[in-house]
Design a protein around this ligand. Structure first.
Ligand code: NDP
Length: 382
C-alpha cells in the first residue's frame, strides 16, 4: 500500500485523483487532504477516505471543519503554515493540485523533504523556476508532470535522451474562443465552457486566453531544458495528441489519449509502472480527423508574452503569472473585459524595472506580491 497527500483535494484535479484512489482502495492510503475554503467537501472526503490529516487554508473555516469532523480520527488544522506542514508529511507521493501561486509554499515544503511531487500546479513552477529546480536537485526530490502536455512529453522522453531532442511541440486545443470574433463581449460563462476538458475556472479562462499554453511553455522550459527555441506550440482542436517530441533522426513521438486528467494522473501515480483507469479504448476511426493550426498570436498574444517573459527570465515569469492571476480573477468577478486580460499582463510586465531574479522562495513571493499590486493598479486605471 502506498501513501498519498493531495493538496487542493476539493478541486478538479483533486477529484480526478481521488476517483483513481477510490477505484484502488487496496493500493492507496491517504495521509492528508487540503482545501482553501470548502470545509464541507473537505470533511466529507476526509471521512470517506479515513485520512490522517485535513487542512483548510482559510483559517476562518477552521471551526466549521473541526465540527464537521467531530468524532472522527482525523486530525484538523488550518492556515498557510499547516498547509506546508501537510505537504511536508511523509507520503510516497504528494499531488500538488492547488491553483495559482498560492500552491508554491506547500510544493516547496514537499520538495525540501525530498518527496515525489506530482505537479499539476503549474503556476508554482512558472513563478519559482530556477529556485524550484535548484531545490529539487539539492533535496533529491522528484517532480512528475501532471499537466497532460508535460506528462505526454515526459512519456515520449522515456528511453530517449534529452540531448538528442530536436524539438518539443506542445499541443493546444485553442480553447472555446478560437473562432469567436468579438473577444470584448465574451462572458465568464463562455470563457469557462471548454470544448474538450472539464477543469477549474481559472485554468479554463487561461485556456480561453491561451495564457494556459503560455504558462505551459515556461513550465516545459524548466522541466525539459532543450532551449526555448526548440519549444513549439501547435493548435490541435481535437485534443487527442497531448504533445510531441521530435528526435534528431526525424522520429516524432506523440502521446495520444482521451481528454481526461485521470490518464496523466494515473501515469504519475503508478510511475514507472502503469495502472488501470476506466477509459474507453481510443477510437481513432470514430474521431476521424486530427487537425493542426499555427496559433494566432495577434488575437491571442498570451503565448508571445509568455515566451518573452521566459526569454527575459529572472522575475519576469513570476510577474507574468501574478498579473494573469489578478486579471483572471477580475474578469471572473465581472470587473474587466476578457480582452483586457493580456493587455493588463503586458502593462505589468512593461511597468518599469522588474525586481532582480529571485534567489529564494521568499524572493519569489515578494515578486508575486509586487506584481499583484501593479496589476490591481492597472485594473483601476481601466
Ligand atoms: P480548481 O479551482 O478546481 O481547484 C483548486 C483547488 O485548490 C481546490 O481544492 C481549492 O480549494 C484549492 N485552493 C484554491 N485556492 C487556494 C489557496 N489560496 N490556498 C490553498 N488552496 C487553494 O483547480 P483545478 O483542479 O482545475 O487546477 C489545479 C491546478 O492544476 C492548477 O494549477 C491548474 O492549472 C492545474 N491543472 C489543472 C487541470 C484540470 O484539468 N483541471 C489540467 C492541468 C493542470 P477550495 O475548493 O476550498 O476553493
Amino acid at each position: 500500500m502506498r501513501s498519498i497527500t493531495i493538496l487542493g483535494a476539493t478541486g478538479s484535479v483533486g477529484a480526478s485523483t481521488l476517483d483513481l484512489v477510490r477505484r484502488n482502495p487496496e493500493a492507496w492510503r491517504i495521509e492528508a487532504l487540503t482545501a482553501h475554503s470548502n470545509a464541507a467537501e473537505l470533511a466529507k472526503l476526509a471521512r470517506e477516505f479515513g485520512v490522517s490529516l485535513a487542512v483548510i487554508a482559510d483559517e476562518s473555516r477552521y471551526a466549521e471543519l473541526k465540527e464537521a469532523l467531530a468524532g472522527s480520527d482525523v486530525e484538523v488544522a488550518a492556515g498557510r503554515t499547516a498547509l506546508c506542514e501537510a505537504a511536508a508529511r511523509p507520503a510516497d507521493i504528494v499531488m500538488a493540485a492547488i491553483v495559482g501561486c498560492a500552491g508554491l509554499g506547500p510544493v516547496m515544503a514537499a520538495i525540501e523533504q525530498g518527496r515525489t511531487v506530482a505537479l499539476a500546479n503549474k503556476e508554482a513552477l512558472v513563478s519559482a523556476g530556477e529556485v524550484m529546480t535548484a531545490a529539487i536537485k539539492k533535496h533529491g526530490a522528484t517532480l512528475l508532470p501532471v499537466d497532460s502536455e508535460h506528462n505526454a512529453i515526459f512519456q515520449c522522453l522515456q528511453g530517449g535522451r534529452i540531448e538528442e531532442v530536436r524539438t518539443i511541440t506542445l499541443t493546444a486545443s485553442g480553447g472555446p474562443l478560437r473562432l469567436v470574433e468579438d473577444l470584448d463581449a465574451v462572458t465568464p460563462a463562455q470563457a469557462i465552457a471548454h470544448p474538450n476538458w472539464d477543469m477549474g475556472a481559472k485554468i479554463s479562462v487561461d485556456s480561453a486566453t491561451m495564457f494556459n499554453k503560455g504558462l505551459e511553455l515556461i513550465e516545459a522550459h524548466h522541466l525539459f531544458p532543450v532551449g526555448l527555441d526548440r519549444l513549439r506550440i501547435v493548435v490541435h482542436p481535437q485534443s487527442v495528441i497531448h504533445s510531441m517530441v521530435e528526435y534528431r533522426d526525424g522520429s516524432t513521438l506523440a502521446q495520444l489519449g482521451p481528454s481526461d486528467m485521470r490518464v496523466p494522473i494515473a501515469s504519475c501515480l503508478a510511475y514507472p509502472a502503469r495502472m488501470d483507469t476506466p477509459m474507453e479504448p481510443l477510437d481513432l476511426a470514430g474521431i476521424g480527423e486530427l487537425s493542426f493550426f499555427q496559433p494566432d498570436e495577434e488575437r491571442f498574444p498570451a503565448t508571445k508574452l509568455a515566451r518573452q517573459a521566459a526569454e527575459e527570465g529572472g522575475s519576469a515569469p513570476a510577474t507574468l503569472n501574478a498579473a494573469n492571476e489578478v486579471a483572471v480573477a477580475a474578469f471572473l468577478a465581472g470587473k474587466i473585459k476578457f480582452s483586457r486580460i493580456p493587455i493588463m499582463v503586458e502593462a505589468v510586465l512593461n511597468a518599469g524595472n522588474l525586481p532582480p531574479a529571485p534567489q529564494s522562495l521568499d524572493d519569489v513571493l515578494v515578486i508575486d506580491e509586487a506584481a499583484r499590486r501593479l496589476a490591481t493598479a492597472q485594473m483601476e486605471i481601466a
